[in-house]
Design a protein around this ligand. Sequence first.
Ligand SMILES: [Zn+2]
Ligand SMILES: [Zn+2]
Length: 165
Amino acid sequence: MSNSKRPSWDEYFLKLAMLASERATCPRMHCGCVLVKDRFVLATGYNGSLPGQPHCEDVGCQVVDNHCVRTNHAEINALVQAAVHGVNISGSTVYVTNMPCTTCAKALIAARIKRVVIFSDFHDTLATDFFHKAGVELVKLDIPDREINYHIEKYSSAKKTDKSK
Ligand SMILES: [Zn+2]
Ligand SMILES: [Zn+2]
């Protein structure tokens, strides 16, 4: 259903995480992640193959113990993007489409992330416990409106002006 209400900041950044997930390349999981500090986007990530390596959707998944191991997870790729570009992410909030796995949770804690916002259910992993013990706030919100509410025809200044008048 179309919902034109203005999103809260948390909804806005969760929607950005959903948008990032559209770039994911593993058919088993599409996950997106956004690192934010003071309402400023520091880095984004999605689960995808290592640079220059083939994508799961082209060559199939590389499954070990029922998990595809070909891709880096979205959270790791966001942390790596920040590292590559020399961005200080300590104290930031991470918005993720899915509850982080235990490995990603540990990386986020080590990177001094202070808050984790998701809309998926909590998995039965150690991540919740690790976050709790590290004093990281874990927040589960309702899934945001899955539509991008942009309708060019609705805004008068986006319309071509009729120069004949
Ligand atoms: Zn895969
Ligand atoms: Zn993970």
